[in-house]
Design a protein around this ligand. Structure first.
Ligand code: ATP
Ligand code: MG
Length: 242
């Protein structure tokens, strides 16, 4: 966690030595390649309007959720910061670029080919953040070896149709052992670890998220679920970190 914090402050505060074009278009058309001091290649998704700003906050929010679960290896470290552009300084979501990353579509792989523990962790993350945008361009393989999840601008509140293939694949899975413990810890206190969430996102808001979990929870149930009567419906909590 301390290492992640040091990495994030570097990514947030270190000078940007180079910036340039990043190919693509898509969900977040306004993208830039940036090189952060030290030669760290990163992708900056620019927030030039409210919609783009919201997408950037979701990107950071999903990274924070993965980090709170101690599964930061699955989502690139992502921060909000200002970046230089041809038209001046702009706020952006800046994420580290993985080496030799190929999307599932590019690598020609499916969810079924992913390591079982990784695919279950991806299913849990996608279910928690209600990710409806996990198509084969939004996950892939890092250096030919390791699952990587990208592009979290369209999650919970985006109302995009669609369900994560990972969440679908594991919808009847029992979560047990180490993953069970991690998830329980997250639900019972991990939300407090989310940057900036202490006032806006108490553990109860996290419960609302957990209720949407599409994986079977028969072997996993936080203790306060047992005794509580169903609370009135609350609006979904924001992934915003500001
Ligand atoms: N953290 C990362 N590490 C390595 N490559 C990445 C990373 N994030 C994104 N990419 C590359 O950039 C491409 C576009 O990223 P992303 O899917 O996040 O943006 P998008 O707005 O949906 O754009 P597009 O519609 O072009 O996919 C990905 O297909 C992938 O090749
Ligand atoms: Mg994409």
């Amino acid at each position: 966690m301390e290492d992640a914090a040091a990495l994030e402050s570097h990514l947030r505060e270190a000078p940007i030595d180079l910036y340039g074009h990043f190919p693509g278009g898509g969900g977040h058309a306004d993208k830039q390649l940036v090189v952060v001091r030290g030669g760290i290649g990163a992708l900056a998704k620019l927030a030039r309007n409210e919609q783009e700003a919201r997408q950037c906050r979701f990107e950071v929010g999903v990274y924070q959720v993965a980090k709170a679960l101690e599964w930061g290896d699955l989502v690139p470290a992502t921060v909000l910061r200002e970046v230089p552009t041809a038209t001046g300084v702009v706020e952006a979501g800046v994420q580290i670029l993985w080496p030799a990353f190929a999307t599932a579509a590019e690598a020609g792989v499916t969810e079924a080919s992913v390591d079982e523990r990784d695919s279950l962790r991806a299913a849990i993350i996608d279910a928690l953040v209600q990710n409806s945008d996990r198509h084969t361009g939004n996950w892939g393989v890092v250096a030919g070896a390791k699952l990587g999840l990208i592009d979290h601008g369209h999650t919970a509140l985006s109302r995009l149709p669609g369900v994560s293939g990972f969440a679908l694949m594991h919808r009847d899975a029992e979560i047990s052992g180490e993953l069970h413990d991690r998830l329980e810890e997250f639900v019972n206190g991990g939300a407090e670890q989310l940057d900036g969430s202490k006032e806006a996102t108490p553990p109860q808001s996290c419960n609302e998220r957990i209720r949407c979990l599409s994986v079977k929870r028969s072997s996993w149930r936080p203790s306060y679920h047992r005794s509580r009567t169903r609370s009135p419906r609350r609006p979904p909590c924001s992934m915003s970190t500001s």
